[in-house]
Design a protein around this ligand. Structure first.
Ligand SMILES: N[C@@H](CCC(=O)N[C@@H](CS)C(=O)NCC(=O)O)C(=O)O
Length: 426
């Protein structure tokens, strides 16, 4: 079975293709933890393996390198997802092309100006709307009599087309705009609500209103990576009313990373405004990684600063829906990935107890501040409502026991299921 490391930034719709495929196949796909977009992928070491410096990129466990999101998804998939017959396989490739060449340019030409990362040109947008209508109409009639795009079961075609429609469903297709395409929306929801998709992307919220154009947005500097700044400078040199074809080219050039970066709220990390106190979380994380628990747990209590940090028990609410252990573990990793920017002020050990079809997830979380932290940033709100959160009193013995159990990955859950797997958020 395929296994290896996927290089990507969080919430990359292209990386989702491989991550979702791996949920179906059981391929062991680990997301590179220390990846920093714009830095890691521009380093010499990365370029040696992946000369274009683009992500997603995949390094197999036996040292082979793959790029192109569709190819990576294909590699980590299984027979069912790739298509059973030669015709189905060819149809899957057909939909890969449809997603990349028909949907993506049209979607980007409509969404990117609204996100403020491409100049707004009314004519271009009108043209993009027509293109989007065309692809949705094709999809809608294809799906009139079908549940999935190819054959009778879900394949990579569904995964790649649905993930490529993410921005449209997220920012544009509010209820009245999606009404003419009910077959597409029904199918889209079927694909993204499979447990294998939820384990990767969490809950997906369809647009309830269209993202509005804000003329100030394009004027604001949004760059986080030097490439982006360069692109923006270049695009600002364009005449005020760029030729439609030129603008369309730009949409094709701009990548999803740009969209995500621009869509990010520009506020700083919520932890920045909280007093740090005496607990050096980074120091503890290092100590915990390097020492065994016999040392790191006493070290935690020696250094912990209850005035500035709090300890929480997070218990997953939907344990009855957990099936395969590897899928539940990916649910935990997916949540950690989506909470990437919370690492700065938080540490957690999240554990899975039990076995396939009989398991629970719970964890001990430590973060700066005394209140539930997830509400402080819109980026942190995908998963937290799927958990019950209980603030623990650091001076109680019960808390000491829980910290010991979760930090050392031992014991059982409340119903006696044995510890199976743990993941550390650091
Ligand atoms: N066709 C490629 C596109 C990959 C791509 O454009 N990746 C963007 C981020 S989503 C990237 O890494 N850009 C970095 C750069 O252009 O330097 C795929 O599907 O994987």
């Amino acid at each position: 079975m395929a296994s290896g490391t996927l290089y990507t930034y969080p919430e990359n719709f292209r990386a989702y293709k491989a991550l979702i495929a791996a949920q179906y196949s059981g391929a062991q796909v680990k997301v590179a933890e220390d990846f920093v977009f714009g830095e890691t992928n521009k380093s010499d070491a990365f370029l040696k393996k992946f000369p274009l410096g683009k992500v997603p990129a995949f390094e197999t466990s036996d040292g082979k390198y793959l790029t192109e999101s569709n190819a990576i998804a294909y590699y980590v998939a299984n027979e069912q997802l790739r298509g059973k017959t030669d015709l189905e396989k060819a149809e899957v490739i057909q939909w890969f092309g449809f997603a990349d060449s028909e949907i993506l340019p049209a979607s980007s030409a409509w969404v990117f100006p609204l996100l403020g990362i491409m100049p707004y040109n009314k004519q271009t947008i009108e043209h993009a709307k027509e293109d989007v209508k065309k692809v949705l109409t094709v999809l809608n009639s294809h799906l009139l009599t079908r549940t999935f795009l190819v054959g009778e079961r879900l394949t990579l075609a569904d995964i790649s087309v649905a993930t490529t429609l993410f921005h449209l469903y997220q920012y544009i297709l509010e209820p009245s705009l999606r009404k003419p395409y009910q077959n597409v929306t029904r199918w889209f929801q079927t694909v993204i609500n499979q447990p294998q998709s939820i384990a990767v992307i969490g809950a997906f919220k369809l647009a309830d209103k269209i993202l509005e154009y804000d003329p100030k947005k394009y004027a604001e500097p949004q760059g986080k990576s030097s490439k982006k700044e360069k692109k923006e400078k270049e695009s600002k040199k364009e005449p005020k009313e760029p030729k439609e074809s030129k603008a369309k080219e730009q949409a094709e050039e701009l990548d999803a990373a740009d969209a995500l970066l621009a869509a990010e709220p520009k506020s700083s990390n919520p932890f920045d405004s909280m007093p740090k106190g005496s607990f050096d979380l980074e120091d503890f994380k290092r100590f915990y990684s390097n020492e065994d628990e016999a040392k790191s747990i006493p070290y935690f209590w020696e250094k912990f600063d209850p005035a500035h940090y709090s300890i929480w028990l997070g218990e997953y609410k939907y344990n009855d829906e957990l099936t395969k252990v590897f899928m539940s573990c990916n649910l935990i990793s997916g949540m950690f990935q989506r909470l990437d920017k919370m690492r700065k002020g938080a540490f957690a050990s999240s554990c899975l107890f039990g076995t396939d079809n009989d398991s629970t997830i719970s964890g001990i979380w430590v973060w700066r501040g005394q209140d539930l932290v997830f509400t402080l940033s819109p980026d942190w709100q995908v998963d937290y409502e799927s958990y019950n959160w209980t603030k623990l009193n650091p001076s109680e013995d019960k808390t000491k026991e829980l910290v010991k159990q979760y930090f050392s990955w031992t014991g059982t859950d409340k119903e006696g299921r044995k510890f199976n797997q743990g993941k550390i958020f650091k």
